[in-house]
Design a protein around this ligand. Structure first.
Ligand code: KG4
Ligand code: ZN
Length: 333
């Protein structure tokens, strides 16, 4: 089967075609609106919705052209139904549904977090079930036990800020641009991660939930108390913050792996692109098989939607309505 995937849950317009016979992505296109939102320090939902509209059809044509396929040769269409921003989700859903009627192809809405989780099945070697998944993005911080496709148990989640959100807010406090994660990582490379003592929230507690708002507030007070906010100060804060995030995530992953007797960890979502976190996980989780997506497939993309759409369309019927779920827990799939 060849599935066209359309991602518009936030500020990335992603389109891709997945071929299940060879388990490969035949073609993909991505347009990121980040520079448009940078001046506001975060995503403006209305601007994001409007910007998806002129981008979607040209990106779909380019993807078909790159794969050398006509719409007739596509077997189904998948779009992100949620979770995400209502307006952006609606633009992708409406277009996917319209193409499905026009081309007479089945159509399905998929869960964005399941897509971040399943994208690892494209890698070689791919993880086999069961595994623990750490999903870390701009909107989520989740620990999920995946026992099979569609069989997910949520073990923990953030009680306030998501990890990527914390990176973005810390970047903003330091005058760095949006999206903050890559900027903080860049600065942290030159800094000393032991220069400031920051909290490792909830690591002394037995549950598997997270909290990142206190860590961000600790950075806020440090920044406020510092008169000279020179380059060295910014680099040291970034390194100390990134270290605190990594140690907090590692602590909870270790606990979840041990309590649920799992030996494989799959990491996904935009923050999984962080090389420092990848390196720390490799060092600290000895004996655990670790899986990360390719760097460009950590942040939002059409490939993960196309792949997940294939698994959904194999199991369920085509949808006839435009279906969006801005809030949609993975365990409800
Ligand atoms: O998965 P994603 O593209 O969108 C959501 O579904 O939210 O994740 C975006 C988030 C942003 O908060 C961004 O700052 C963060 O991922 N991010 C990073 C890195 N690259 C992106 N955070 C830390 N280090 C990075 N290298
Ligand atoms: Zn995402």
């Amino acid at each position: 089967m060849r599935i066209l995937g359309i991602e518009t849950s936030c500020d990335e317009t992603g389109v891709a075609i997945y071929d299940s016979d060879d388990n490969i992505i035949l073609a993909e296109q991505l347009f990121t609106q980040a520079s448009k939102h940078a001046q506001y320090g975060g995503v403006v939902p209305e601007l994001a919705s409007r910007d998806h509209i002129p981008k979607l059809l040209p990106l779909i044509s380019m993807t078909l052209e790159e794969a050398n396929l006509s719409p007739d040769e596509i077997d189904g269409i998948a779009y992100t139904s949620g979770p995400g921003l209502r307006g952006p989700l609606l633009t992708g859903a409406a277009l996917a549904r319209s193409l499905s009627i026009g081309w007479n192809k089945p159509c399905v809405g998929i869960n964005h977090m399941e897509a971040h989780l399943l994208i690892n099945l494209l890698e070689k070697p791919a993880p086999s079930f069961p595994f623990l998944t750490l999903l870390i993005s701009g909107g989520h911080c989740l620990l999920i036990k995946a026992s099979g496709i569609g069989e997910y148990e949520q073990l923990g989640q953030t009680r306030d800020d998501a990890v990527g959100e914390a990176f973005d807010k810390v970047a903003r406090l330091l005058g760095l641009s949006y999206p903050g994660g890559p900027e903080v990582e860049k600065m942290a490379k030159e800094g000393d991660h032991l220069s400031y003592v920051l909290p490792r929230p909830m690591t002394k507690e037995n549950h598997l939930d997270f909290s990142f708002s206190g860590l961000k507030t600790a950075v806020y007070y440090l920044v406020k108390s510092q008169k000279q906010k020179n380059q060295e100060f910014i680099q040291n804060i970034c390194a100390s913050f990134q270290n605190a995030v990594a140690e907090t995530l590692i602590n909870k992953c270790k606990r979840a792996l041990s309590v649920h007797n799992l030996s494989r960890l799959v990491v996904g979502g935009g923050v999984a692109a962080n090389q420092y976190l990848r390196d720390r996980l490799k060092v600290e989780l000895k004996g655990i098989d670790l899986f990360f997506p390719k760097l460009e497939r950590c942040t939002d993309n059409g490939a993960m939607v196309a792949l997940t759409g294939f698994y959904r369309l194999k199991k369920s019927k085509s949808e006839t309505s435009i279906n969006i779920k801005p809030r949609w827990n993975l365990s409800e799939i």
